[in-house]
Design a protein around this ligand. Sequence first.
Ligand code: PMP
Length: 305
Amino acid sequence: MADRDGKIWMDGQMVDWRDAKIHVLSHTLHYGCGAFEGVRAYKTADGTAIFRLEEHTERLFNSAKILRMKIPFTKEEVNEAQKAVVRENKLESGYLRPLTWIGSQKLGVSPKGNQIHLMVAAWAWGAYLGEEGMKRGIRVKTSSYTRHHVNITMTQAKAVSNYTNSILANMEALDDGYDEALLLDSSGFVSEGAGENIFVVKNGVIYTPDLSAGALNGITRNTVLHIAKDLGLEVVQKRITRDEVYISDEAFFTGTAAEVTPIRELDRIELGAGERGPITEKVQSAFFDIVNGRNPKYAHWLSKV
Ligand code: PMP
């Protein structure tokens, strides 16, 4: 990843990709207090556009606020930085990674006295869970790891440290031959994937865990709530049990990286017909229409670079 051409925006400057480095004594590297975003830019008939840029920037600032970090740039500057990075790297479409971290002035758990930094990188990145998974659906394992309790780490922050739990769950699932992990909350209710929100469909109604299950308030999740409304489908946010997923007709993951990915199996139990379901397909197709600028109703969600 580090050895390539291109530019990364670091603390207000465009830096050569290979030179975008930080010191080994950076506070975040030791104690894990930092926040990031995952954002996508898509090719549209009108040129490249970043999807829901303002909402991602807003969430980044909210994550920083929760972590008591003060980002030394305005939201407008961070939006501009993201557009500039896509342009500089000549991307038609791609994934953006803004990250804010604590500097290397001093160590010790208290971060006070350290500088807060921000960077934005962008690169081409296709289907996160594979092209085939997008069509056929993926195989998911209920993790042996519990998702964060809402008062242990802050689950509405997209905090760097929250991802050790995701990494453990994802590695366990992959080592066991699955494509991704599903995590339950500390009461045993369905929370989210390692990097995705989850939806299930039963008798034509869509269900998704409410955020008290410790899931991130996903921007794609929110996009799907709009899509469902447009399609005339009811969405219920509630506590969901693992066996409700087993007997669902369809299920899918959502996320900026994962987009809308069907789930065909959980714990070796086929969901519905064991393939991408018809409602999932409709939601997926509506999603790609929106992000690629083919639905004028949501043109305001696309920021041209
Ligand atoms: N949950 C987790 C743990 C994630 O990492 C992500 C990806 N950001 C999501 C949910 C989905 O969020 P979004 O749709 O905003 O990308």
